[in-house]
Design a protein around this ligand. Structure first.
Ligand code: PAF
Length: 296
């Protein structure tokens, strides 16, 4: 267990950079956990992991307007700073960076970073401006927090690919040097992936939501049992999801974990990503499992 520490709350980019530069000058490494707040056990485990590896752990809390589409839930996205601070404190975070929208976008959302390829499919196809918003804000957050390592959860798997690609192509030295680490998805006991949006689930939605993990498990069991027919894997996931007729499916796919496209040549050692997005009531849920193929 990481000991409880006092946390400093920083609201401006200038102040954040000063603190980070001061820490680096003393030889301290900085881990960061970028979030949109309303923290849950998934975030807490990222913070605990960062705190085991770095004397300075910055958690950013910023509900980023540019990654929400016009009909999405920006205005009603859950916010509770006091509760978040308590979670950061008990998980071992040392600093919270909580800028305002004006601080992050002083001239409005004028310029943005576009990552190509991996953003054309799945979440990118359903939410066309989403990943430009994510890539742009994460680059700005890194410029402010100046971390050595940034920690993300695997639940937003496509997002982690976008961020890795953004960092790899960044012309900004402070962004290009950040190491990205992806940690496993935290789940409820029945398999539901932890997410800030789970708070929107009605009792019926919550009862039905674990079907998503059940479908992913059915797909991964097939692959682990030696099946290499990705059509069959997808069909199986669809059949499991079909047990909840009120679920509205966006996608349930088995694709190459690097390109997020169907790979014809599956060989031992390659990794298949099983990804699902579905709506239950008013809530859109995403989840995934990665399976590295080995000889059964
Ligand atoms: O995963 C999230 O919470 C957000 O997309 C992120 C990475 C903090 C960017 O706003």
């Amino acid at each position: 267990m990481t000991a409880k520490r006092d946390i400093n709350i920083i609201e401006t980019i200038d102040a954040m950079q000063k603190v980070s530069r001061g820490a680096s000058a003393q030889g301290l490494t900085i881990g960061c956990v970028p979030t949109m707040g309303y923290l849950h056990e998934g975030h807490a485990s990222l913070i605990r992991h960062a705190a085991r590896n770095h004397p300075m752990v910055v958690v950013s809390i910023f509900v980023n307007p540019t990654q929400f589409g016009p009909k999405e839930d920006f205005a009603r996205y859950p916010r509770d700073l006091e509760r978040d601070l308590e979670i950061v404190r008990s998980a071992g975070g040392t600093h919270v960076f909580a800028p305002s929208v004006e601080e992050m976008y002083p001239e409005g959302p004028r310029s943005s970073i576009h990552v190509s390829g991996v953003t054309d499919v799945l979440e990118g196809a359903s939410r066309p401006t989403h990943f430009d918003g994510v890539a742009t804000v994460v680059s700005r957050l890194f410029e402010a927090m100046l971390p050595d390592v940034a920690y993300f959860g695997q639940k937003d798997y496509q997002q982690t690919l976008v961020i890795r690609q953004m960092v790899g192509a960044s012309p900004l030295a402070d962004v290009a040097r950040v190491r990205i680490e992806t940690l496993p998805t935290m789940r409820e006991e029945d398999g539901l992936a932890r997410s800030s949006r789970n708070i929107y689930l009605s009792a019926d939605d919550r009862r039905d939501a674990p079907i998503i993990y059940a479908a992913l498990k059915a797909g991964s069991d097939l692959l682990e049992g030696g099946c290499r027919d990705l059509d069959r894997v997808e069909q199986t996931m669809h059949e499991v999801l079909g047990q909840v007729p009120r679920l509205s499916l966006d996608y349930a796919v088995a694709v190459d974990a690097v390109t997020l496209r169907r790979s014809e040549a599956l060989s031992d050692g390659s990794t298949v990503a099983l990804l699902i997005a579905a709506r239950l009531g008013t809530t859109r849920l995403i989840d995934n499992l990665l399976v590295t193929l080995t000889r059964p």
